[in-house]
Design a protein. Sequence first.
Length: 255
Amino acid sequence: MKKTKTRPIHSIDRAIDLLMLFSENDTRLTISEMSERLGVPKTTVRGIVNTLSNRNLLEQRDGSAEYTLGGVMFLLGMKYMAISDVISKCSTFMERLAFKYHESVNVCLAVGRTITIVMRYAPDRSHISHPAGSAIIPTHASCSGKTLLAFMNDEQREYMLENYKFEAITPKTLTTREDFIKEIDEVRRTRISFDNEEYIPGMAGIGGPIFGATGSAIAAFSVFGTAEKIYSLQKDIISEILFTSAQLTSKLNIG
């Protein structure tokens, strides 16, 4: 049966676009900044912001013209975390990797146009949700960014890379779209991604995908630690990443 294409409700679509601004690097925005980024008049933005603020989806900072996400957004995020199969089913696997290598293991999702760490596992403490200060990581300089984009369809990938700036974070960061596309082509072939000190000098990572039923990567994970250690254990870590990716994909798609 052919699916009927439904028309989006414009006002709701606009409100979602506004909320998604906060999934990027800025966590505080003024009415003027939102208006400029959305290309929408300030009066329209103010109306949306007032409506969202009345429902606690946005909050205005005391004595400031800036707005942040509100408490309801936190509750919705935690609700998602509680029901997410990816989070609940991957915990044991990620903890095992963290304890085996005594390094951090990150689980990431694509949120809007960003790559976000949703869970971090460390060998010396329990897992942490929404890691403070480093939840959003650069798409072009991270294992998970490369992995998630490698297995997106063309439309999703173009959305993620629209107006993307390939900034040189370290001397080893990929700084052109061409180099990035070449690398994610290799990730698609091998199902392994690398961060070769591209995000933080002296730190490296090796990652892989968690696939959904459609063949797209619904999440990505990586072992991240000191470059010296990651490089010395590279062959073993790659083997574990491939094994874990296959096991988790199977577990998620069987039910």
